[in-house]
Design a protein around this ligand. Structure first.
Ligand SMILES: Nc1ncnc2c1ncn2[C@@H]1O[C@H](COP(=O)(O)OP(=O)(O)OP(=O)(O)O)[C@@H](O)[C@H]1O
Ligand SMILES: [Mg+2]
Length: 258
């Protein structure tokens, strides 16, 4: 049985892809079969952070050229990956029905992974929302900035009102310390829960780090280096904490029909 986890945010550029990539590698290195889906349609860039250039992408599946199994690449860390491709117009103009078809088609993947991590586009666009609603668990990435708070609040509000999602994990990225991150989380939680009947769970923080910045520039994910440091410990901690997050029991189609 596959656990699907959407990594989302209100504001762009808060670190979704960085977290989705390193979290996925952390799980893969723990011998959990993990599939990372770059669902940031139109702005797909997880392959850049991974330092690979897959020949086939989700475009090839959607256009009917390839089977879903054939657009899966395996990285040297044993992570399975579906690239979002570059054909911007194609993917962004998907209808609800087409997105539905994509999500449904995951059932046909030959080897069901233990985890599906979905890097979702920022904001409450229809495409992001339907990927979030189709995942078992939804994680929101925040930074301590007020703009990130406001946009994350709007995203959670839309997810709750339009899709009845009411469980969200929260990761604070670019934090000065875990204590600072926890304080940021508590502030965000008290604002959100004042107005919306949702449950938020603090999953941990990722430090603001030059190593992380450099890993993006050198196109080698930090987790691939297999060294123990503050950053890799943070990603490993997230991979454990995420399992304690409750599922969203919303009706409607789910990845792998779970
Ligand atoms: N923990 C961190 N420490 C330092 N820099 C970071 C950290 N996380 C992310 N960054 C920086 O922020 C930039 C944006 O990160 P990333 O691409 O992961 O964000 P995103 O939320 O996926 O953006 P988008 O909304 O455009 O998809 C990175 O290029 C990197 O330079
Ligand atoms: Mg991204």
């Amino acid at each position: 049985m596959t656990t699907s986890i959407a990594i989302a945010s209100g504001k762009g550029g808060v670190g979704k892809t960085t977290i989705a990539v390193n979290l996925s590698i952390s799980l893969a290195l723990q011998n959990k079969t993990t599939l990372l889906l770059d669902a940031d349609l139109g702005m797909a860039n997880a392959h850049i952070l991974l330092g690979i250039n897959p020949e086939l992408s989700l475009d090839d599946f959607i256009s009917g050229k390839s089977k879903l199994d054939d657009v899966i690449t395996t990285t040297k860390d044993g992570l399975k990956f579906i690239s979002g491709g570059n054909a911007i117009s194609n993917l962004l103009s998907l209808s609800d029905l087409e997105r539905h078809k994509i999500i449904k088609s995951f059932e046909a993947i030959t080897a069901e992974p233990d985890f599906l991590i979905i890097d979702v586009g920022a904001g409450a666009e229809a495409s992001s929302m339907s990927f979030m609603a189709s995942a078992n668990k939804v994680v929101i990435v925040l930074t301590g900035e007020p703009t990130s708070f406001i946009d994350a609040y709007s995203l959670i509000k839309a997810a709750y009102l339009d899709y009845k999602m009411d469980n969200f994990g929260v990761i604070i990225n670019m934090a000065a310390s875990n204590l600072q991150a926890k304080l940021n989380f508590e502030k965000f939680q008290s604002i959100t829960q004042k107005f919306l009947d949702v449950k938020l769970k603090f999953l941990g923080h990722v430090p603001s780090s030059l190593k992380i910045k450099n890993s993006i520039i050198s196109r080698t994910p930090l987790m691939s280096n297999k060294v123990v440091n503050e950053e890799t410990k943070a990603f490993n901690r997230l991979s454990t904490n995420i399992l304690t997050l409750n599922n969203n029991e919303t009706k409607g189609i789910k990845f792998f029909n779970n």
